[in-house]
Design a protein around this ligand. Structure first.
Ligand code: SF4
Ligand code: ZN
Length: 725
């Protein structure tokens, strides 16, 4: 049984090795051994070779060393072998295949043959980092790599939708008999892309290396593991909940690639009559499984890989899951819209007394979306939500209100953007045809608030208004409350509270990392403020956000407290002894991997630069975001480098120990514009109203020489500040 599998995998690995070897020989002949090679936007070279062998492949010559290693792993071909190949041989063949596939793909990049049409190609580090939070907070419980094609388009769509409903990130590609699932989905007009949880990688099996070496990078990025270690394979097995789903016949190449995936702990499920691999001495889990019934195949995959899926059954007539959050409703698909440029619309959540509202009541005052005036495609809209609960606090209102965005977006065929009085909501024709009406918005909000905030919310009542005069009247009151909230938040600072909050969410990926969140310093992912931490603690007292009473001040300048240090030491598995909340140089906070920005020292300028994830250019420290990010993270403290949330840059406590904002010498223009209002306010406060003009960006400096020239010209304060090192 396993003999058939092993033989196929070994034959496949030999074929892949031959292709890699021929391609590399050709490339060396044509371009010379010192030709540079690499995937776009990664700090991990050829990720598989980097993670497992510690190799930093930068040239064709370097690649030939990896190829030699791949060859050494190849078992003899079954036809040449005197003894029977067994499963261990197949696994070696699988590893060899992964190294060779990586080489083939990077050579394709060299020859501009990648990415393939309609495909993502190589998955960048940036994408992985930006998905970090969804991965750790369970919004994305697992990954599926689908290879091949379903027997018909309908089955392909059904499988993908079922996975989406469970919020599993789906990589689609490869093909069978010249047909790829990518084309099946394209033909059925299924929206693809990262936001939709469906990512096409390529139409051949070799490109299935993309999701695999993406997975291995998470060990290096989040796990804090070092390149060149087998532990990286253990990490993917234990922490990356992925599986392969092969639709249609398996060929040798698929067996070889599958054997590689099995090494990483990823089981393969097929819809054909293949020999199964049960747990044995070599794989401790069901590694190769068949399921011929398409109705059962998705749940079988989930069961085999042990993915914990939370399915929310919300009584609305359309599919409902986080995977639909990023889906857009395009103009051609538009049935009706609210807000944006089309009309006035807002959402507003307030607290009331328990006896004043009726839980689950949803009322619509005004016309529904099946009563639009002829030719009209818009309506004004007010979504007013009243909540009551014994543990509800006024402070939690903005937090709950902010979730409305997600709750509405989760519905397939609904799009929601913005918040407060800046919302824009669209309903698609499909959703309308399925029976979606305005009251369902209320149904979703009610159900989800209960589901996620049960600990603080006992009753939720929603009233929707669609008459202009009602919306105009109600928005006045809401605006007043929004302004009050801003004021209250603005007045809160680290001194005015005696408790900070921890966030341990990222420990599922970065086991030693811990964020300490203060009113003036949010979590480095940008998603958790001090208030969020507080609310989350109320909701789940044993959850990832724990209160830490500050206790005795050890050093007010760098921001160290006795209790905070003790807490961090304990929760970082005794790897971090002390942490300064306000310093970049002295025991800075560790970074996991999902930081929005990196602060980095520029010694020549006696200052620091900040770069955000979306900036793809080079920075004056000679590196782009990706490369910089590669040297920060994994739950390690790196003096001189710091992962931070965007808003922290405009905080009074921004690297206060090193002199604060005045140290900032460079940041991308886009980030500067994004934070402009807040930064200008800070400039006033530090007595340098035009300081923002003195911060260089990529339009004036991309090298340290240009930067220094600019700083001298504008007389930047960092030049005369106390030395940073
Ligand atoms: Fe991860 Fe820190 Fe964000 Fe929590 S606050 S999710 S630990 S980055
Ligand atoms: Zn993180």
């Amino acid at each position: 049984m396993s003999k058939i599998v092993a033989e196929a995998a070994i034959r496949g690995a030999h074929a892949i090795y031959k292709e890699a070897s021929d391609f590399l020989t050709k490339a060396i002949e044509e371009k010379g051994p010192s030709q540079k090679i690499g995937f776009p936007e990664t700090a991990f070279y050829l990720p598989m070779a980097n993670a497992l062998l510690g190799a930093k492949v930068e040239t064709l010559k370097d690649a030939s060393l990896i190829l030699a290693h791949a060859q050494s792993l190849l078992p003899q071909l079954p036809s040449e072998k005197v003894w029977l190949p067994y499963l261990g041989d197949a696994l070696n063949a699988g590893m060899s295949a992964l190294f060779c596939e990586e080489i083939i793909m990077v050579l394709r990049y060299l020859y501009a043959q990648e990415p393939q049409k309609d495909c993502n190609g190589f998955f960048t580090d940036t994408i992985m980092r930006s998905l970090g939070i969804q991965l750790v907070d369970g919004r994305m419980p697992g990954f599926a790599a689908i290879l091949g094609a379903a027997p018909d388009n309908k089955t392909a769509v059904a499988i993908v939708r079922e996975l989406q409903e469970r919020n599993i990130l789906i990589f689609v590609g490869s093909s069978v008999k010249g047909r790829s699932i990518i084309d099946q989905l394209l033909e059925e007009d299924v929206q693809m892309g990262w936001d939709n949880y469906i990512v096409p990688y390529g139409r051949d099996t070799l490109s299935a290396i993309y999701p695999l070496h993406w997975a291995i990078r998470s060990a290096l990025t989040f796990g804090g593991l070092k390149p060149g270690s087998d532990k990286n394979l253990l990490y993917t097995k234990e922490r990356v909940f992925a599986f392969g789903l092969v639709l249609g016949e398996l060929d040798d190449i698929k067996y070889a690639t599958g054997a590689g995936a099995i090494n990483m702990g990823f089981p393969i499920i097929a819809d054909t009559d293949i020999p199964e691999i049960k747990p044995s001495g070599i794989t401790t889990y069901e590694a190769l499984v068949k399921e011929l019934d398409y109705k059962k195949i998705v749940s079988r995959c989930i069961e085999v890989r042990g993915i914990k899926v939370k399915v929310s059954s919300i009584p609305v007539p359309v599919s409902y899951a986080a995977a639909f959050e990023g889906e857009r409703v395009r103009k051609e698909q538009l049935h009706v819209e609210f807000g944006g440029k089309a009309s006035t619309a807002f959402e507003f959540l307030t607290t009331t007394n328990l006896n004043e509202i009726e839980d689950g009541k949803v009322e619509l005052i005004g016309p529904d979306i099946d009563q639009l005036e002829k030719g009209s495609k818009s309506l004004p809209l007010a979504i007013t939500i009243a909540v009551a609960g014994r543990k509800m606090q006024k402070d939690f209102e903005p937090i709950l209100e902010r979730q409305v965005h997600r709750f509405i977006n989760y519905a397939m065929g609904l799009m929601h953007m913005g918040q407060r009085d800046m919302i824009w909501v669209r309903v698609s024709k499909d959703a309308f045809a399925k029976g979606l009406r305005l009251k369902h918005l209320g149904v979703m909000i009610h159900a989800m608030l209960h589901q996620e905030y049960n600990a603080i919310v006992d009753k939720v009542q929603i009233t929707l208004y669609t008459k202009q005069e009602d919306v105009d009247r109600l928005v006045e009151g809401a605006l007043k409350v929004f302004a009050e909230r801003d004021e209250r938040l603005g007045g809160m600072n680290d001194e005015s509270v005696d408790t900070f909050y921890s966030c341990l969410l990222c420990q599922s990926f970065a086991p030693n990392h811990i964020c300490v969140i203060t009113p003036e310093r949010l979590g480095l992912c940008g998603a958790y403020s001090w208030l969020d931490g507080k609310a989350s603690y109320e909701i789940t007292p044993t959850g990832p956000n724990q209160p830490i009473p500050k206790g005795e001040v050890l050093d007010a300048r760098v921001g160290q407290w006795k209790n905070i240090n003790e807490f961090v030491y304990l929760k970082s598995n005794k790897s971090i002894e002390k942490v300064s909340m306000y310093s970049l140089m002295d025991s800075p906070q560790s970074s996991c991997g999902c930081f929005e920005c990196i602060v980095a020292i520029i010694p020549e300028a006696n200052g620091v630069m900040v770069v955000h994830r979306d900036f793809s250019g080079i920075t004056p420290c000679g590196m782009g975001f990706t490369t910089l990010a590669g040297s920060v993270g994994g739950g390690v403290q790196t003096p001189g480098f710091l992962g931070v949330g965007k808003l922290y840059i405009a905080s009074k406590k921004f690297i206060a120990a090193e002199g604060g904002l005045k140290r900032l010498v460079w940041m991308p223009k886009e980030l500067k514009e994004l934070l402009a209002e807040k930064l200008k306010k800070r400039c006033q406060e530090i007595g340098e109203p035009d300081f923002i003009e003195k911060i260089a960006d990529e339009t004036v400096a991309t090298t340290s020489e240009e930067l220094l020239a600019f700083l001298t010209k504008v007389n930047h304060p960092a030049l005369v500040m106390e030395s940073l090192i």
